[in-house]
Design a protein around this ligand. Structure first.
Ligand SMILES: [Fe+2]
Ligand SMILES: [Fe+2]
Length: 559
């Protein structure tokens, strides 16, 4: 009996332990662990004062007002309002904005005043503090808004809480609650817009702030307008002014200073990138997309000791009645479409805006060439035919597919109506992040075959002359491009080599992404232990990553 009773007791204890274990296992980490901090991060607001009457650039009845920047300028103020409302609803403790607050901030301080007033009203209404830093659109030496003006205009939006500030630019550091400290770095060049203005002095200042934060028991978070890590393959080359100079060295120094999170903007894409220093410290750069362009999103970060969870938030609604009242010329259809599906509207607006800009740019003279040269003749011919083909329907009677069939090229089935529709889809995917086009899939294949078709319509002699220009292709690049073209098209003519070499870089960049999800995920928190102990292992892992990156980049050429 005694023995039986003991067994019953053991059974009960086991059942209770099991129940407890299951209860804990069911809890997500974030719920089990108290959140230290929640911040809403928006970037590149590019606020514009609305125009009196809607201007149309093309004859598209709905999206013809999409400008060459593809930014929703008239809607920008209402989108900022929608963001602030949403951030408060999501329970953000702080709102951070990583630059380009006003679109014409350099020349039109009135735009800054309007943004500032919105942010101050939000602070007053909700008690949530806003911290800003400047972007290249915000100020310039000798402009209507300079460094001093910016700091004066936004004095109650970060600078009022500054523990330390740089006199020579807009940088400052301020606490975000009990455990975190924001290092807001002015990464801009004060004279040349777009260019990064990183300097040894600025890097040293960040390192000093990170040290001071650690000494005060705070975790340092960096915010700056320019990107720290590549958000496109070889961004340093393809998008030179968007990433800070010496970015690998800088990332190495910042990671080892204990900065795990960097918040950036400028590139207008949603992308997350991670870098591990040789000492094993991980730093993540989150580029946040422009708030007033597709996908109309901002980021929400939730910090616990062990992890940082991030989620992209999409704006779903703006006050279209206020929009119609402020700007003359919106049709009922436009307002209805915005009310029904704001994000879908923004995507189409972006695609039409990009199409408008590219149509203007597809011009041999605008490419900096002078009439008469071999390259000018080629480009002039390619651009003309390209525009025609991009506007034609992709499928059906009188379509690109029909034309392609005459050359023995088949265009795979895709849901896109025209070449423009297909091509701009890749741009939209780049902005939205988490892009996952299959390099062998129908979209990419259709785009490449469309490109090859264009060459079939260009005078052969113009191509031969251009392809043989030594400054265009070294022997090795040409051989690799030939291998690529052979694998895509099955056969090679010089035109296909030329176009394959031109587009492969872009195709790779716009269709693939790294392991870290751009929009939703979890990275290690400030409380997680660093891996400095395993130096040899870390260096080996670093070299392996580098080799993989190089291999991935060239795999498109040499397979
Ligand atoms: Fe921007
Ligand atoms: Fe910018």
């Amino acid at each position: 009996m005694e023995f039986e009773g003991e067994r019953d007791m053991m059974k009960k204890i086991t059942a209770v332990l099991l129940a407890l274990l299951l209860a804990f296992a069911a809890l997500p980490v974030s719920a089990a662990e108290q959140a230290d901090l929640t911040v809403a991060v928006a970037s590149d607001l590019h606020f514009n004062l609305p125009e009196e009457t809607l201007t149309y650039f093309t004859d598209d009845p709905v999206f013809g007002y999409a400008n060459r920047r593809a930014a929703m300028e008239n809607e920008s103020g209402l989108l900022i309002d929608a963001f602030l409302e949403d951030a408060a609803r999501q329970g953000a403790d702080f709102v951070l904005i990583s630059g380009d607050l006003a679109d014409n901030g350099r020349s039109l301080p009135a735009e800054h005043f309007a943004v500032r007033d919105k942010l101050l009203a939000f602070e007053k209404k909700t008690g949530v503090e806003v911290f800003v830093i400047d972007g290249n659109h915000d100020l310039g030496d000798g402009s209507e808004t300079d460094i001093e003006d910016f700091k004066e205009i936004y004095k109650d939006l970060g600078y009022d809480h500054a523990l330390s500030a740089r006199a020579e630019d807009c940088s400052y550091a301020a606490d975000l609650g009990e455990k975190y400290r924001l290092i807001a770095l002015d990464s801009c060049d004060p004279t040349v817009s777009t260019e990064d203005g990183m300097s040894a002095a600025k890097v040293a200042w960040v390192l000093k702030q990170a040290r001071a934060a650690k000494e005060a028991g705070k975790n340092p978070i960096l915010m700056m307008h320019h990107n720290l890590l590549d958000h496109l393959p070889a961004q340093r080359i393809l998008s030179r002014n968007f990433i800070v100079r010496a970015h690998f060295t800088t990332a190495e120094l910042f990671a080892d200073a204990g900065i795990k999170l960097v918040l950036t903007g400028h590139e207008h894409c949603s992308d997350a990138a991670a870098f591990t220093s040789a000492a094993g410290n991980v730093i993540c750069d989150f580029a946040t997309t422009s708030l007033t362009m597709y996908p109309l999103s901002y980021r929400l970060f939730t910090f616990t000791n062990s992890e940082i969870a991030y989620a992209s938030q999409t704006l779903r609604q703006i006050d279209t009645a206020a929009l119609a009242a402020a700007v003359q010329g919106y049709t009922e259809e436009q307002l209805r479409l915005m009310d029904e599906n704001l994000n879908g509207f923004a995507k189409e607006y972006l695609k039409k805006g990009v199409q408008y800009r590219l149509s203007l740019q597809l011009d041999a003279e605008k490419s900096g060439l002078t009439q008469g040269g071999a390259l000018y003749t080629l480009l002039d011919s390619v651009y003309g035919r390209l525009k025609e083909l991009l506007e034609m329907p992709l499928y059906g009677k009188g379509s690109v597919s029909e034309l392609a069939a005459a050359y023995g090229i088949s265009i795979p089935e895709t849901p896109y109506a025209t070449g423009w529709d297909l091509a701009t889809e890749f741009v939209a995917a780049h902005y939205a992040g988490s892009e996952n086009f299959d390099l062998r899939g129908p979209e990419v294949t259709a785009l490449l075959r469309l490109a090859s078709l264009i060459l079939k319509n260009v005078p052969a002699q113009a191509i031969e002359e251009a392809v043989s220009l030594p400054e265009l292709f070294s022997g090795e690049t040409l051989a690799n491009a030939k291998a690529l073209a052979r694998s895509v098209f099955g056969r090679v003519n010089p035109g296909e080599v030329f176009i394959a070499a031109l587009v492969s870089d872009l195709v790779y960049g716009f269709t693939s992404d790294d392991a870290l999800d751009d929009n939703n995920g979890v990275i290690e928190g400030y409380g997680s232990t660093n891996r400095a102990a395993n130096l040899a292992e870390n260096i080996a892992a670093f070299l392996k990553r580098l080799a993989t990156a190089i291999k991935n980049f060239f795999s498109f050429f040499i397979r």
